[in-house]
Design a protein around this ligand. Structure first.
Ligand code: LCS
Length: 389
């Protein structure tokens, strides 16, 4: 099946009992045992079945299976948030005394989790520009347990060579983990390019409607079993069955939405690129983007996220964000609605000013999650706000 058919049908069949096309929401915390022996057998793993929603739930399991299928992975575990998925994945592979390599341009919340929480657990992190493969190779130590990267990166849209990073990781017998939140499996499938594990904030495009928080990790059967048995069930960052169901509902239109997000973003990027008050536009679909040719190779579309530097720096950027009317000034991304924000003071305020500058987040850098409105209206809104600078 092609990916746009898979998002509709993958892993799903009408309900065996009622014929319902939409899967039921098993909104329950616990499941009754037939008798004491049955319960004991389930706990021992001698028989398959449901016990308790933190351990397993049919709605949540269906979602895990579906996203694994979309990502060309064998299995998945769903979490209450993207950060819970990332944390649980990392601590399944690395522990006290170990070292990990992370890209230096990642979501600000992931950055502070790595900086603050992992260091408290005795896991050291080297942040490098993983788009430079020599730097990745150079950062590997005896105790390095994994490489983590995000591509396109939040918020600068930097493009990282997934196959190149995977080759280095595998030569050192360590896994490559890719955060595929910005691209989604409709535009990029890291496992097909050599990555071992893919993580997502489902809060974004996978859910797609700005109405839930969720995360997922997908990989091999063996890794997912280890993640479940050693971390996920004990950490207990379980999504609610209702939020899992909302994600299943959102996924049905993922291919269609990503197509429209991409064409809308391209039009907005071209408009901004030609605007005299804009210094630079960051969108992998533009030929001027340094990652354009790599993105054209490893992605089948360029997505709905873009960034731009407004001439006049932070003050000019602030005026723009305060004056837009159709676009909403808010964090998060991947919604139907166009969202605008200032990474240096918002999503990436966990980076110091110097750290921001080092990874290319200038004071006047504005991030736009281009929504599904008519692009003419998005452009008209940006245009009237830019007039006011
Ligand atoms: N990975 C990426 C690439 C993200 O952009 C985010 C959240 C996460 C992981 C964490 O996922 P969560 O726990 O929030 O589900 N990014 C956000 C952003 O850029 N604005 O608000 C949240």
């Amino acid at each position: 099946m092609e990916i746009d058919t898979k998002v509709v049908h993958g892993g799903q069949k009408p309900d065996g009992v009622t014929g319902a096309i939409t899967p039921p929401i098993y909104q329950t915390s616990t499941f009754a045992f037939k008798d004491a022996e049955h319960g004991a057998r389930l706990f021992k793993g001698e028989e398959e079945g449901y016990i308790y929603t933190r351990v397993g739930n049919p709605t949540i399991d269906l979602l895990a299976k579906k996203i694994a299928l979309l990502e060309s992975a064998e299995a998945g575990v769903v979490f209450a948030s993207g950060l819970a998925a990332i944390f649980s994945t990392i601590i399944t592979i690395a522990g006290s005394g170990d070292h990990i390599i992370s890209d230096d341009t990642i979501y600000g919340g992931t950055y502070s989790q790595f900086n603050q929480v992992l260091s408290r657990l005795g896991i050291s992190v080297t942040f490098v520009d993983t788009a430079d493969l020599n730097r990745v190779e150079g950062a590997i130590k005896e105790n390095t347990k994994l490489i983590f990267t995000e591509t396109p990166a939040n918020p600068t849209l930097k493009i990282v060579d997934i196959a190149g990073c995977a080759e280095i990781a595998h030569r050192h017998n360590i896994p490559l983990i890719v955060d595929n939140t910005f691209a989604t499996p409709c535009l990029q499938r890291p496992i097909e390019l050599g990555a071992d594990v893919v993580v997502h904030s489902m809060t974004k495009y996978l859910g797609g409607h700005g109405d839930l928080i969720g995360g997922i990790t997908v990989g091999t059967d063996e890794f997912i079993e280890e993640l479940n048995a050693e971390t996920a069930i004990e950490v207990g960052a379980t999504i609610s069955p209702f939020n899992a169901w909302l994600t299943l509902r959102g996924l049905k239109t993922l291919a269609l939405r990503m197509e429209r997000h991409s064409t809308n973003a391209m039009q907005v990027a071209e408009y901004l690129q030609s605007h005299p008050k804009i210094e630079r536009v960051y969108y992998p679909g533009l030929e001027s983007h340094p990652g354009h040719s790599l993105a054209s190779k490893q992605m089948s579309g360029f997505g709905g996220m873009l960034g731009f530097d407004v001439k006049g720096g932070k003050e000019a950027g602030k005026t723009l964000m305060d004056r837009v009317e159709l676009c909403t000034l808010a964090v998060s991304l991947g919604d139907v609605d166009t969202l605008i924000e200032h990474p240096a003071s918002m999503t990436h305020s966990t980076y110091s000013e110097e750290e921001c500058l080092k990874v290319g987040i200038k004071p006047g850098f504005v991030r736009l999650s281009v929504g599904l409105e008519n692009p003419k209206d998005i452009i008209a809104d940006l245009d009237q706000a830019l007039e006011l600078i």
